[in-house]
Design a protein around this ligand. Sequence first.
Ligand code: PRP
Length: 225
Amino acid sequence: MNATIPAANDDLVLALPKGRILNEALPLIRAAGIEPEPDFSDPASRRLQFATNHPNISIIRVRSFDVATFVAFGAAQLGVAGNDVLMEFDYPEIYAPLDLGIGHCRLSVAEPAEMVKTDDPARWSHVRVATKYPNITQRHFAARGVQAECIKLNGAMELAPGLGLCRRIVDLVSSGQTLKANGLVEVELIAKITSRLVVNRAALKTRPTEIGGWIDRFRDVLDAA
Ligand code: PRP
C-alpha cells in the first residue's frame, strides 16, 4: 500500500470524527471499499492524515465539529458528521444525503436529580444552560417561548451545575452514564441524533460521477445491511 499522501488536484479527502463514532464508521467505510493505511489504527500515531487503498483518497481524523468545517469549506469533499453538528452550524455548503444509522444518541436538557422533584419544564420562562450547542439550544427554547442564556463550554458540561455555573446543561446523552455519574437527570429531549454521510455541494456539482459514485456505494452498503 502506498503510504504517501496524494497531492494531485483530483484528491478526495474524507473527514472522519475522532472518538466513539470512528469505531462505528470504520466498518461502513471499509464495506464501501476504502481501506485506510495500517497507521490509521495505531493509537500511538500522531499523524492526522492517512493514505488509503485508493491513490487519490486520503482520510483525515478531526474533532466532530471540525468535520463540518472542513467539508463546508471544501477542504474535505466527504465526511461523517452527527446531525447535532449539522444542526448547530447549518452550513448551506453541506449536503447530507445518507443517514448512516450509527452514533445513535440524543441531545437533551439535564439538571441535578434533586431539582427534578420540584422543577416543571412547562413553567420555565428563562433558563441558563452550559452547552457546546448554543445555536440549537437558543432555537429550541425560542420555539417554545423560553429565553435561553447559553454558556459555551467545549466539554465536561456535566460539571457546570455542581460548581454553580448554571443549573442546567444541554448535551449529548448516549448510555446516560455520564449524567448519572454526575448526579444529573434528563428532563427534556431536544433531538434524536445519528451520523450522516456529508459532502461538499460544490464538489458534488463539479465531480458528480466520482462523488455521486461514493454516495451510491455507501447507499448500497446501507441497503445490504
Ligand atoms: C459525550 C457527551 C457526554 C457523553 C455522554 O462526550 O458530551 O459527556 O458523551 O455519553 P454517555 O451518555 O454514554 O455517558 P464524549 O465522551 O463524546 O466527549 P466530549 O466531552 O469530548 O464531547
